[in-house]
Design a protein around this ligand. Structure first.
Ligand code: NOJ
Length: 548
């Protein structure tokens, strides 16, 4: 019996629980803490990621229109320290340098997003196409291809043209479906001869819940109990429409794939002998990833969402469920519209049953009837919500395999942050996180999960949404205090390079030497950063990149 301390999120309550390891799922038995030495299949794709608003800067340059994130961050009090993405990493100007960093790491792919308002400043294709925006992405794509790096392109990483929010209410309005489809059509038309991996939406869960339910993200609306469901409904329809557009108009010529990137934490029952906890954990995942994946793979929302939200809506005295309904025609249109599934995964929660009686205030969170807990022993070096729990990754991947018929998977985001004030480039915690999470992914592939690629999140430190620049996810440190935004490699760059060049974890002796070798090089980067910070704004020298 292993005693585990569990911490209720947002409370200081610590529970002690006893969970028998012998009751674990079969496929992870005795395997949770053992390391698996082995390599990935030939052709496995290694990459790193970013998104437009988080890295590009140049928010009002060369004809770019305003996005909901520009409008949101420009209002005081929304973002930690009132940070904005106005200049961020200046990725718009420095993309050639960044591609060199990728080349040096021998990345196979780079995942980035297109800014809708940079391409269509008024949101609408019929009104005006910004050729300077097209040229920027053309140059980026060509530079990647010249360096044999495959672009994996997200069309929507949260930066809706502000005008569409103001005129129509953004994703609350079903007219977005056609506007998004027009925008996607433009992307296929202009970039589809070179881009073969398309992701329609990044993490629609966040867009719906944080944008339209809690209001922590742009556009900052708090439409509790309805806003998130409506936004999700329109995004699912928009995704399906774009997939069909590609399928009927572009696929035969361009021969690419269209997927979506869903984020999902794993939810583990607090007490795996308790049926109520098991069901609560299942609900947690169904309300998270299943909300989007089930319609795309099976044609409709998960039954448990329909049941819970329907029952609670009736108890509130509403005539219809707050969860919108797909018509039979829509169901068959939406089913089967995912050529590959992108997964963004960072952490895990323990889940227990908790009743929220229906009352005046209903929300996505109370609809689920559950509570999230964490183990205070789990490492959490950076973001408050991000605990390192590698075994949850393998479980999530196996869940996807069984639930959705073993789809082709690209891991589109996985990584860990540190706090803003941390200037230590010897990021041991990130190397450990990468090693363990990538190893659990390898185990999942041995279980039969079809993972084709892995994307480290993220290439650079960048704007972390409502947390501003206070959380650093980058393999490269960015000195935001310096107007040149220089990049410095953290030790994890060296570490990731070794994983890539070995295509996995060849043997114990070699893998154990990697961390030591990576730590040998980061102290010189630390010194350089410290010296340059002393001369803020006037770097003495640019960082160098050590060869593996
Ligand atoms: C998921 C989001 O897609 C990404 O933009 C963000 O940086 C990471 N979560 C980390 O919070």
């Amino acid at each position: 019996m292993l005693p585990r301390g569990l911490l209720r999120l947002g409370h200081v309550l610590v529970l002690l629980l006893c969970v028998s390891a012998s009751d674990d799922f079969d496929w992870t038995k005795n395997d949770r803490s053992s390391f698996y030495y082995g390599t990935f299949q030939t052709g496995f794709s290694w990459g790193a990621g970013s998104s437009a608003y988080q890295t590009e800067g140049a928010w009002n340059i060369d004809g770019k229109g305003m996005s909901i994130w520009d409008a949101f961050t420009h209002k005081k009090g929304r973002i930690y320290l009132n940070d904005t993405g106005d200049s961020s990493c200046e990725g718009y100007y420095k993309f050639k340098d960044d591609v060199s960093l990728m080349k040096d790491m021998k990345l196979n792919h780079y995942r980035f997003s297109l800014s809708w308002p940079r391409l269509l400043p008024n949101g609408l294709k019929s009104e005006y196409i910004n050729e300077k925006g097209i040229k920027y992405y053309d140059d980026l794509i060509n530079t990647l291809l010249d360096n044999k790096i495959t672009p994996i392109v997200t069309m929507y990483h949260w930066d809706l043209p502000q005008v569409l929010e103001e005129k129509y209410g953004g994703w609350q309005n079903s007219s977005m479906v056609n506007y998004f489809n027009d925008y996607a059509n433009l992307c296929f038309e202009r970039f589809g001869n070179r881009v073969k991996y398309w992701i329609t939406f990044n993490n629609p869960w966040s867009i719906a819940v944080e944008g339209y339910e809690t209001g922590e993200h742009a556009p900052g609306l708090k439409l509790r109990g309805t806003g998130a469901y409506k936004a999700a409904h329109n995004m699912i329809k928009a995704h399906a429409k774009v997939w069909h557009t590609y399928d009927t108009q572009w696929r035969s010529k361009q021969k690419g794939l269209v997927g979506i990137s869903l984020s999902a934490d794993w939810g583990e029952p607090v007490d795996i002998t308790n049926q109520r906890d098991i069901e609560a954990a299942e609900r947690y995942i169904q309300f998270y990833m299943g909300w989007f994946a089930t319609p795309l793979f099976n044609g409709d929302y998960p039954q448990v969402m329909k049941d819970y939200i329907g029952r609670k809506s009736a108890q509130q005295g509403l005539g219809v469920s707050r969860l919108p309904v797909f018509s039979a025609q829509e169901k068959s249109f939406i089913r089967g519209t995912c050529d590959f599934l992108g997964i963004g995964h960072f952490t895990t929660r323990y889940i227990t049953q908790k009743n929220y009686p229906s009352g005046q205030v209903n929300s996505y969170f109370t609809d689920r009837d559950l509570a999230e807990l964490v183990d205070p022993h789990w490492p959490d070096p950076g973001s408050e919500w991000l605990y390192s729990v590698p075994w949850g990754f393998r479980r999530l991947l196996n869940f996807v395999k069984t639930q959705y018929g073993n789809p082709m998977i690209y891991v589109t985001e996985n990584g860990v942050s540190e706090k803003m004030l941390c200037t230590d480039l010897c990021d041991e915690w990130r190397m450990q996180y990468m090693k363990d999470y990538i190893n659990e992914m390898l185990k999942a592939m041995k279980d039969g999960v079809d993972v084709k690629g892995y994307t480290a999140w993220s290439l650079l430190d960048k704007f972390e949404w409502d947390e501003g620049f206070s959380e650093r996810f980058g393999l490269y440190y960015v000195d935001f205090g310096n107007k040149n935004k220089p990049r410095y490699p953290k030790a994890s760059v060296q570490y990731y390079k070794r994983i890539i060049s070995s295509n996995g974890f060849p043997n114990q002796r070699e893998v154990e030497s990697w961390k030591r070798k990576a730590l040998e090089t980061c102290s010189s980067s630390n010194q350089l950063l410290a010296e340059n910070k002393e001369h803020a704004g006037m770097p003495k020298a640019w960082p160098v990149h050590d060869e593996v």
